[in-house]
Design a protein around this ligand. Structure first.
Ligand code: ADP
Ligand code: MG
Ligand code: MG
Length: 886
């Protein structure tokens, strides 16, 4: 039997989205709910894919269209394009994923020189309406099907209005419109070389093909790339009998939402335009009125619409958006779908539907995302100050940034060094701008999308960025937008979530949701419905999740904050910052030590300082595990740079002075210089090469724990050895550490675990051996990613990532979201072999991926025990861990 390419609206349903597209599936669903949908049928996405692959309509499609058209004509009692009583149809695109405004629709198909008269008769002799509909068809058909430039049609309309001395389209009468049709036909011939097709079926077939082709229109391709929608799905085509909102004052067209898509608040939201066809509402040709006003204009239709909206909410159990038309007092539903919404609305709607008993908590949890929660945690602009909008671009990296506009990187660095907040404004950025980007509060560009250099680098740095604000003319020392010129030093405010740009400083408001996590707003007493919604859904996520969530924290203050955010321990406490500040001098003594005694003295002086650090952190995390990583970075990072030292020494020599200690330091830095520090003397290698270094840290940890235990507290330290690639490395460190721990802890009753990071590919591949010497593994996915791919993050993010993203080599940066295929494979191998060797091996992750929603799902699937992320990401990880468990 031939493949089915065409489904009647009555034969489809909402589960057939892949086949019928979103619009078609939902038109079918509404039809079957008994709602007033103008009858019609849908041509499948399969037919589209076949057309695009073969270059012609697939065999059998034409016949099936003819059959469905015939039954539509029978049902309507009218024939397509009939001269006396014509049926007209719209030919509408409708892809699986909503791609608003990206593809084409042609209205009024079936009109020609004869049927235009029939249409007038149908409308009780309304010539104006008939000719207006005809000119719309030629215009839309010309633009969409035959690539006739739209401006030519618009110019002809403008000219007709000028000739008549009127400003409103509605002031053109039937004769004017008849004249326009003649002009439009001439424009059509001029650009296509043939007449506007009079045969209704030919119009229909050509319009269908044009909708098929619009799948590959440039803007649609770009949109899909931006939104990560697969390129090979194709669009369905809906043939829908026309209803007319432009038949007079008792007709009209509108859009509606079942709740406010901005806040999630229930109520009547939408716009209505009397005496208009669908396109006019979005096109903004005339001013719409709020949907509430329809109650006055046409109470019967309004009431019916309210009833339908509640039916749809009940049925879809979600916010729906709707397109409708009223033809002479009769309401018709033309489209519905589960509506897009803001992050705040997503939480409020989900919680609201739970309260109404329409969905359960699992479903509510499915309907929100970590990305949305993260959005709600950024500080926001206080728009009640009514700031002056300048323009809008793509929100590429969220946050609210305020600063003086500067136009080059050097200037940004200078001003920032003086404590002046700046926004770096560029046409687009390149690697030379890196220093300026780091110095700036935020970045604004006029070109490029979410994968541009500016966007990729800004996200990597966690810096606010708006890119692709294409109305901006960016010059050397100013930018202009509209008529406004903004010079260096003038303040602008950019919103990296919405992409909006404002003139002048906009006050920034801390996030309510963060205040709630901080414990400043108790959800039970809060009258903020958003906070209550977040509380409800977070509590459910916590109850569902299997993964524990820890935090990366190096200070007592961070640990305390993370604990308020729900962290269940520390997954990564870096010790390197404990070697900075006023301890630098001691560290220099350690590094430059010429004898064992000098080194031992330096270490002895560091010991009490380190111990105090650990006491503070373990105290904040009392009762919860704290993983301390022994020192990791190459030691030369703690010394001044080679260039600085060389200059100082040269200057001293020039003056005939003795550079003394500086010279000594220079010699040491020269000696320690590495071509690839990332792959050099760091991590466990330091511990094996520098006598006493790790021992001092282990002792400090053990002493801190023993002290707290004797105070009656419950410290749970875990010692983590970085950069292990071979079990022998770990065994050596372990043997020394165990001795010290036994000696220090004595009978204090503290257990100290010893484990390792898995961040060198060899460690993942020999995890079975390494697990013999490790009580836990923690995946360091930043290094693991760098080493698996063979590139260093600092070098590549600015240099070529944008190109890789553009070429589709990456769908997303592997530093943002874990590369499942490669790095993920290493993780799985290590999990499996590690657990096989030691069934009670604790497994966690402490790279930044621990707070990335996609990656959290992967770690759940891979069977880890916990993820660890920065304090602000802890709630996001909790939520996603809950969703992963559903
Ligand atoms: P989009 O996907 O861009 O919204 P649509 O296919 O929904 O495109 O159609 C564009 C406009 O035309 C909408 O306002 C829609 O309501 C209107 N429209 C589509 N089909 C019909 C029809 N059969 N009768 C009346 N208006 C229609
Ligand atoms: Mg629509
Ligand atoms: Mg590392």
């Amino acid at each position: 039997m031939a493949e089915t390419f065409v489904y009647d609206f009555a034969d489809g349903n909402r589960d057939l989205k892949d086949l019928l597209g979103g619009k078609g599936a939902n038109l079918a669903e509404m039809t079957n709910l008994g709602l007033p949908v103008p009858p019609g049928f849908t041509i499948t996405t399969t037919a589209c894919r076949r057309y695009l692959a073969d270059g012609h309509r697939p065999d059998g499609l034409d016949t099936q269209i003819a059959e469905h058209l015939a039954s539509l004509e029978a049902a309507m009692g009218r024939r397509l394009g009939d001269a006396t009583d014509p049926l007209l149809v719209s030919v509408r695109s409708g892809a699986v994923h909503s791609m608003p405004g990206m593809m084409e629709t042609v209205l009024n198909v079936g009109l020609n020189d004869d049927s235009v008269t029939g249409l007038s008769a149908q409308a009780g002799g309304n010539d104006r309406f008939a000719w207006d509909s005809y000119r719309r068809l030629i215009q839309m058909f010309g633009k969409t099907v035959c690539d006739v430039p739209g401006e030519d049609f618009e110019e002809a309309i403008a000219e007709a209005k000028r000739a008549k001395g009127v400003r409103d389209d509605l002031a053109l009468d039937a004769d004017d419109l008849r004249g326009l049709v003649t002009k439009f036909k001439k424009i059509f011939v001029k650009h296509t070389g043939h007449d506007f097709p009079q045969d209704p079926r030919e119009q229909l077939d050509l319009a269908i093909e044009a909708v098929f082709r619009s799948w590959n229109a440039e803007r649609a391709v770009l949109y899909r790339r931006q939104e990560r929608i697969p390129a090979d799905l194709g669009t369905a085509v809906n043939i829908c009998s026309m209803v007319f909102g432009n038949l007079g004052a008792d007709s009209g067209t509108g859009v509606a939402f079942t709740r406010d898509p901005a806040t999630g608040e229930p109520g009547v939201y939408g716009d209505y335009l009397a005496n208009a066809q669908g396109e006019d509402v979005v096109a903004g040709i005339r001013n719409t009125v709020p949907l509430q006003d329809l109650e006055q204009l046409d109470k019967k239709s309004f009431d019916e619409l309210m009833g339908i909206m509640s039916t749809l909410e009940e049925h879809y159990r979600d916010l729906c958006d709707i397109e409708f038309t009223i033809e002479r007092g009769k309401l018709w539903m033309l489209q519905t779908r589960v509506g897009k919404r803001t992050a705040a609305a997503a939480f409020r709607i989900a919680a609201g539907l739970v309260a109404e008993g329409r969905i359960d908590l699992d479903e509510a949890l499915r309907r929100v995302s970590g990305a949305q929660l993260a959005q709600l945690m950024f500080p926001r602009f206080d728009l009640s100050s009514e700031p002056t909008p300048l323009t809008r671009g793509v929100g590429a990296s969220p946050g609210a940034a305020v600063g003086q506009a500067v136009f080059d990187s050097r200037r940004a660095v200078e001003l920032a060094a003086d404590g002046v907040p700046v926004i770096l404004v560029r046409r687009e950025t390149n690697p030379d701008d890196l220093a300026g980007m780091i110095a700036a509060q935020g970045i604004l560009t006029s070109r490029g999308g979410k994968t541009s250099h500016a966007a990729v680098v800004a996200r990597g740095m966690g810096k606010t960025c708006v890119c692709g604000a294409d109305e901006l003319e960016v010059g050397r020392d100013a930018f202009t937008v509209g008529g406004t010129r903004i010079e260096e030093g003038q303040v602008v405010s950019i919103d990296g979530t919405t992409g909006r740009v404002y003139l002048g400083p906009v006050p920034v408001r801390p996030s309510e949701v963060v205040r709630y996590f901080e414990g400043e707003l108790a959800a039970e007493y809060s009258d903020d419905p958003l906070v209550a919604a977040v509380h409800l859904i977070m509590s459910h996520a916590d109850a569902q999740r299997r993964l524990r969530v820890r935090t990366n924290a190096d200070t007592g203050a961070d640990a305390a904050r993370a604990r308020r955010f729900g962290a269940e321990g520390i997954g990564l406490c870096r010790t390197e910052h404990m070697f900075l500040g006023d301890r630098r001098e001691l560290v220099e003594r350690l590094i430059l030590a010429a004898t064992d005694t000098e080194r031992a003295d330096a270490l002895a002086a560091l010991l009490p300082l380190q111990r105090a650090d650990f006491v503070e952190i373990l105290r904040e995390m009392d009762g919860l595990p704290v993983t301390v990583r022994l020192i990791d970075p190459p030691l030369h990072e703690f010394l001044p740079s080679l260039e600085d030292l060389a200059v100082q020494v040269a200057v001293a020599h020039e003056r005939g002075e003795d550079a003394g200690r500086t010279e000594e330091m220079l010699a040491a830095v020269r000696r320690m210089h590495e071509q690839n520090p990332m792959l050099g003397l760091r991590g466990v290698r330091l511990g094996l090469v520098i006598p006493g270094l790790f021992a001092m840290q282990v002792r400090a940890i053990a002493e801190a724990a023993a002290t707290l235990a004797r105070e009656g507290r419950d410290p749970r330290p875990e010692i983590m050895v970085p950069l292990v690639g071979a079990v022998q490395e770990l065994e050596t460190v372990r043997a020394e550490a165990e001795k010290i721990i036994a000696e220090v802890i004595g009978d204090a009753g503290v257990t100290v675990l010893i484990g390792t990071m898995i961040e060198v590919p060899r460690a993942a591949l020999t995890a079975g051996q390494i697990a013999e010497a490790a009580e836990f593994f923690s995946f360091g996915t930043n290094d693991l990613t760098q080493m698996a791919w063979g590139f260093s993050r600092d070098d590549v993010e600015g240099a070529f990532f944008w190109k890789y993203l553009e070429l589709g080599i990456f769908g997303i940066s592997p530093f943002e979201s874990l590369d499942r295929d490669g790095v993920g494979r290493l993780v799985r191998i290590a999990v499996q072999e590690g657990r096989a060797a030691r069934p009670d091996l604790k497994l966690g992750v402490c790279g930044e991926h621990g707070g990335d929603p996609e990656s959290v799902h992967f770690f759940h699937e891979a069977g880890l025990d916990y993820v660890s992320c920065s304090p602000f990401r802890v709630p996001v990880a909790r939520l996603e861990a809950g969703r992963a468990a559903l």
